[in-house]
Write a new protein. Sequence first.
Length: 247
Amino acid sequence: MTLFRTTLITLAILLWATADIGAQNRSWGIKGGVNLGTPYMKPEEGSSGSLGLGPRLGAFMRLKFNEKLYFQVEALYSAKGGNYKTPVSGDTLYEQILLGDTFYIPTWYKGWVEGEFGNIYIDFPLQARYQLSPRFGMLLGPQISYLIRGKNKGTADIQIGENYSTVTDEPFDISDKINKWDYSIILGASYESYSRLNFDLGLSFGLRSIFEEGYTEMDGVVRNIYLSGTIGCRITKTSSDTPASGG
């Protein structure tokens, strides 16, 4: 709840701070496109996977400070998926019951885990845009993402010790271990036509693991890394109507 309140307060301050900017320098629009990428961590030898493709849809508000500098706030429905197959191994304790007594025998395990991500976020990019020319611009800023649906499911094939146990196609679901909040940095480029259509390409890099801090089954940090491409339409006009991007 603290992070949620902090985010709302931050957005409120940004909107308040720019409230006195004239209407002629404030515009609105809609945009839609796709995300391409995957939650990523340093791969184990022999692992494989595929990128996820999902929609990225929403609206933006853009504020013009001068002919070169703009600030933009967006709210976007954003689907981020991916598939993976990775080897797993390590030490474990095997539970053995003999004559009514329970013993825990040190042993090892190894096998394969295959799964998929299907996470849905509301993304809030907060970007500065610098005009390189009347039509081309560069974008940079943070992105705050709130998880509205988490999905990380799959199956595991695991051997425990030489003769203790083997499981095949054992289902797992750790969707509830995904963080509600994610933070990233976006770097991108944009082109806007004089007809108010804009074309954006950006790369976002997660600043934290998508899994909760207390989840210890992952040995490394799993970050959201996605390339996004969108087409937008600026609905309102400004007095100068200088071409600029919908972030």
